[in-house]
Design a protein around this ligand. Structure first.
Ligand code: AMP
Ligand code: MN
Ligand code: MN
Length: 325
């Protein structure tokens, strides 16, 4: 069977289990972005409209990032500790591995059926059913095709959620392929305000973001000989740089660092409240950062990946340099 055939087969099986579920729990990944939340809420809304009881949740942190609070379907979100134990059908969205569920990862064991809907190259296929389209721009783009097969009409509310994931994961329509703009046009045609959604999600920061950038970018380091001479640029964000800034400000830094012309690979080391680090990796042309992140315990896509580490900053950089070659 070709990859495409098996994808279509998987999609129609997914429609079958969703349609017949007696209750559904939809889980998004930890440190959620607009793709995982947009996917979770869109699917949640569809199930709710069909009269199927549904909960949507993510393992960490407790609050939904502020930039996502205009997304329709927010009323379906429940706190991680309120996610029921025994689930009929568990659906994960935009999660490359069970570990990305954080403290909710144990629900995978107790669920009768686990449907994994995703687009990560590194996906470990941890479901009993795995709908994974590596070529899709976002998990919300996978959902759009699932809704079409299901006969679900994509109205303004669903389009808002789907567009949120599409605009975010394509870097505001920079990483696109044939079909990306067709989907965007279809979503915009429902009447959603694309500029407002993009501005709120990606282009709005408090003033304190500027001095944080100044200190973090001011100490960025270029290692020209890294990655076989292709170059690595990295920046470090310590808790002391962050103050009361939001995750949105922290996550924005990699998009500036990765523009460095002298480096094929960019990294940002982000210190968490518990002293552990999460690392964002980006590449441009010929380094597969998903593979590098995989060797360091994480995963992702060819040009965008990440992992966590609990050593100190110097050791993390040394291990990264070693892995990149
Ligand atoms: P980020 O740098 O957080 O925007 O993540 C870039 C990509 O890498 C996303 O597709 C994530 O799903 C993936 N990723 C980030 N952190 C991890 C991690 N700790 N484990 C596995 N994948 C990750
Ligand atoms: Mn994501
Ligand atoms: Mn995604």
């Amino acid at each position: 069977m070709s990859e495409l055939d098996s994808l279509e087969t998987c999609k129609s099986r997914a429609v079958g289990v969703l349609e017949n579920a007696t209750s559904v729990t939809v889980l998004c990944h930890v440190q959620p972005d607009a793709d995982t939340i947009g996917s979770g809420l869109a699917l949640g809304l569809v199930l709710e409209r069909k009269g199927i009881p549904v909960q949507v949740a993510f393992g960490f942190p407790d609050e939904l990032p502020e930039s996502m609070r205009e997304l329709p379907g927010k009323h379906l979100l429940v706190a991680a500790n309120e996610v029921q134990r025994d689930v009929d059908l568990l659906v994960t969205v935009d999660c490359g591995s069970a570990g990305r569920l954080g403290r909710l990862a144990d629900r995978v064991e107790s669920a009768r059926e686990v449907l994994v809907i995703d687009h990560h190259r590194s996906n470990t296929r941890f479901g009993t059913m795995n709908l994974i389209d590596q070529r899709a721009e976002s998990t919300t783009a996978v959902l759009a095709t699932l809704f079409d097969m299901w006969g679900v009409e994509i109205d303004e509310e669903l389009a808002h959620c789907l567009f949120a994931g599409l605009v975010t994961d394509t870097g505001s329509f920079r990483w696109v392929q044939p079909g990306t703009h067709t989907l965007a046009e279809r979503l915009l045609d429902t009447g959603i305000d694309g500029s407002r959604i993009a501005r709120r999600l990606l282009d709005t920061h408090p003033f304190g973001w500027l001095p944080m950038l100044s200190s973090v970018l001011g100490s960025a380091t270029l290692v020209k000989e890294a990655a076989d001479g292709r170059g690595l640029v990295y920046a470090v964000i310590r808790r002391s740089d962050v103050g009361d800034l939001r995750s949105e400000e922290i996550e924005s830094v990699i998009d500036i660092v990765r523009t460095t012309a002298e480096a094929e690979v960019a990294a940002v080391l982000k210190e968490a409240a518990d002293g552990t680090w999460s690392v964002s990796l980006r590449s441009k042309y010929d380094v597969d950062v998903s593979a590098a992140a995989g060797r360091l315990g994480g995963g992702g896509h060819r040009f965008a990946a990440g992992y966590t580490a609990d050593t100190d900053c110097e050791e993390i950089v040394a291990a990264l340099l070693e892995t990149l070659g």
